[in-house]
Design a protein around this ligand. Structure first.
Ligand code: KIV
Length: 288
């Protein structure tokens, strides 16, 4: 082929576009997956290149998580992350993504002030390209969820280990191990479901509790360190690619092991979640 007919190559590793993009993943499609018993896959993405790669690998949902404060910025917690930074990263991910469902975290301090603040912060993330916002906590968050949903903003709630409350929780520890805290989690999940949270992340809770909550939840539950019986799974991209330093939590599998490329590693994550081989409750799950 003559050199002049070769398409120009974009400089600086601009994200490649998938050749044959799949149909965009919608909330309707995600609900149908739940009904059909098909597991939903989610990974974190913080930039255009990884968003494009995850989309091409067939990941259903991309989460612009405030974990970027720890993973990208090197902080010891997610607390220093600002709304401005989340808007910036959401814009980057939206540019690289074509068809995955895009969720962005409301960072600490951007919704604790009440409905008005939560709506304004969510509008900023939606205008940056998010299709759903995620917020942490139960009880006090149910009226916020209802207000956002009423205003046409899809919401993903987050219960169990909620990293923005790390100091109140006394560290990154498993939640809902005793009867009282398990009952509180069940009640909070029921309230969030009734308020209209279409999705619920359950982080670091015993597998049986996550399974019970998932069976009753009207929307889609996504587990991380919550066993295999949620409707889907999420991991922090850098953890499953083994890029992060130090010991990994037990619920993480290194998908780079034996994979010839990052794309292959992400594809095998999607395959493992879809076929039910990840997570393995005996290896990655927790008991009460
Ligand atoms: O911020 C994040 O990445 C998250 C996931 C770990 C669920 O909330």
């Amino acid at each position: 082929m003559p050199a002049e007919s070769t398409p120009p190559q974009a400089p600086y590793g601009a994200p490649p576009r998938a050749d044959a993009p799949r149909k965009p993943v919608t909330l309707h499609r995600l609900r149908a997956m739940r009904e059909a018993g098909e597991k939903v896959t989610m990974l974190t993405a913080y930039d255009a290149a990884s968003a494009s790669l995850l989309d091409a690998a067939g990941v259903d949902c991309l989460l612009v998580g405030d974990s970027l404060g720890m993973v990208m910025q090197g902080h010891a917690s997610t607390l220093p992350v600002t709304l401005e930074q989340m808007v910036y990263h959401t814009q980057c991910v939206a540019r690289g993504n074509r068809s995955a469902w895009l969720i962005a975290d409301l960072p600490f301090g951007s919704y604790q002030g009440g409905v008005e603040q939560a709506v304004a912060s969510s509008v900023a993330l939606m205008q940056a390209g998010a299709q759903m916002i995620k917020l942490e906590g139960g009880g006090w968050t149910a009226p916020l969820v209802a207000a956002l949903v009423e205003r046409g903003i899809p919401v993903c709630a987050h219960l169990g280990l909620t990293p923005q409350s790390v100091h109140a929780l006394g560290g990154y520890r498993i939640q809902g191990r005793d009867t009282q805290s398990a009952d509180t989690l069940r009640r909070h999940a029921a309230e969030l479901g009734a308020a209209g949270a279409a999705m619920l992340v359950l982080e670091l809770v015993p597998s049986d509790l996550a399974a019970d909550i998932s069976a009753d939840y009207p929307g889609i539950t996504i587990g991380i360190g919550a066993g295999a019986r949620t409707h889907g799974q999420v991991l922090v991209l850098h953890d499953m690619l083994d890029i992060t330093r130090g010991p990994k939590p037990r619920f993480v599998r290194n998908f780079m092991q034996g994979a010839p490329s990052v794309l292959d590693a992400v594809r095998s994550y999607v395959e493992a979640v879809k076929e039910g081989s990840f997570p393995d409750e005996a290896v990655h799950g927790y008991t009460a």
